[in-house]
Design a protein around this ligand. Structure first.
Ligand code: DGT
Ligand code: CA
Ligand code: CA
Length: 366
């Protein structure tokens, strides 16, 4: 292992963050709204316009419409914008498609939220130049297959990769080589370090540190006195771009799924059910690796017009065996095909609502 300024040079981490994610998903779903300001809203339901903006596309941001502002205010800022309610099921399905692509090109991925993930590329590339080439290909593949743009950051660890992905947006790609980390971070705001919240940033500003570079010059002792042992040491290290945290698959929450593109567009039950059986085996393998059981299972179908359809089922008791997955998934697929006379382009299975362990005990275990 080679260390430079405390940074382990042997890792190459990519962070991907989707651009204006919810709004971009809506643009894909409704191509006719592209080019107009789009505002995705969480309606509280109390009155017609009560609630807050969840996100907006870049056209709407030009009017000052941002996440968190009241919908009523957004309507005053841009009365002609397109206002849409959050459609989480759509965003999750699109997120699954993106994660699937990332997983294919990485040793491991850690999905941090619905629209971002860390990818450990260490075993896939020899150096940062190759990592950059691969990131360009991944961005292109996401654009071609999913239809969305994202921003990417590459660095020697998660901390640097995440800041890098946010550096040029939208559709950006920023590579920070290990020997560039200090100069890259130095001019940035302290709150750009994910983990340094607003309060920490304000307190550090009061103490005279406005930038990450200024923070890095403070002594560990002073930081520990101010913020306690763990946080103080973390701030000192983070300000120098040091972060040893590994990329770990998150299992406790979330979902496990897989979506594949069919060899050709089809509505033939035989072909689709074969694909579902294959997907069941894949999902079963992932569940076994992570020792999880699930309660809910969904069949996902993406039709040739790129519309996403899902049909889900809740099990009475948690399970994780192949037979349950395959039977439930095939039943959902069959029911979907009977109800929807559409041509399919991609199909998938997703399981969620996890409990730790093997789930229902078999008779032999009692
Ligand atoms: P970006 O990354 O700056 O191009 O824009 P977004 O919209 O992708 O922003 P990001 O990555 O912070 O958040 C991802 C999604 O999470 C976003 O599309 C909607 C949702 N989200 C973000 N902030 C809020 C919020 O304050 N409230 C709610 N309800 N949802 C939010
Ligand atoms: Ca984003
Ligand atoms: Ca994000």
């Amino acid at each position: 292992m080679v260390i430079l300024n405390g940074i382990n040079l042997s890792r190459i981490i990519l962070h991907i963050d989707m651009d204006y994610f919810f709004a971009q998903c809506e643009e894909r779903e409704h191509p006719e709204i592209k080019g107009r300001p789009v505002v995705v809203c969480v309606y509280s339901g109390r009155s017609e316009d009560s609630g807050a903006v969840s996100t907006s596309n870049y056209e709407a941001r030009k009017f000052g419409i941002r996440a968190g502002i009241p919908i009523s205010r957004a309507k005053k800022l841009a009365p002609d914008a397109v206002f849409l309610p959050v459609n989480m099921e759509l965003y999750r399905s699109i997120s699954d498609e993106v994660m699937e692509i990332l997983r294919e090109h990485s040793d491991r991925i850690e999905q941090e939220s619905v629209d971002e993930a860390y990818c450990d590329m260490t075993g896939k590339v020899h150096d940062f130049d190759e990592a950059k080439e691969l990131a360009i290909r991944i961005k292109q593949e996401i654009k071609n297959k999913v239809g969305l743009t994202c921003s990417a950051g590459i660095g020697p660890n998660k901390l640097v990769a995440k800041i890098a992905s946010d550096f040029q947006k939208p559709d950006g790609l920023t590579v920070v080589m290990p020997d560039e980390v200090l100069q890259f971070l130095a001019p940035l705001k302290i709150t750009d370090l994910s983990g340094a919240g607003k309060k920490t940033g304000e307190r550090l500003n009061e103490l005279g540190a406005m930038t990450i570079g200024e923070l890095s010059k403070m002594s560990a002792e002073d930081l520990v006195r101010e913020f306690g042992q763990a946080k103080g040491i973390w701030l000192k290290q983070a300000s120098q771009g040091i972060d040893a945290s590994p990329v770990v698959e998150r299992t406790g929450t979330g979902q496990i799924g897989r979506i594949i593109t069919l060899k050709e567009n089809t509505n033939q039950p035989g072909i689709i059910l074969d694909a579902v059986s294959e997907l069941s085996e894949n999902v079963h393998g992932k569940l076994k690796d992570r020792e999880l059981s699930f309660r809910s299972i969904a069949f996902i179908a993406i039709s040739t017009d790129l519309k996403i359809h899902t049909k889900s089922h809740l099990l009475a008791t948690p399970a994780n065996d192949l037979d349950t997955i395959r039977t439930a998934a095939r039943r959902l697929a069959r029911a979907f095909l009977e109800e929807n006379p559409v041509m399919l382009r991609r199909v998938g299975i997703r399981v969620a609502d996890f409990v730790e362990g093997k789930g229902q005990k078999t008779l032999g275990e009692f």
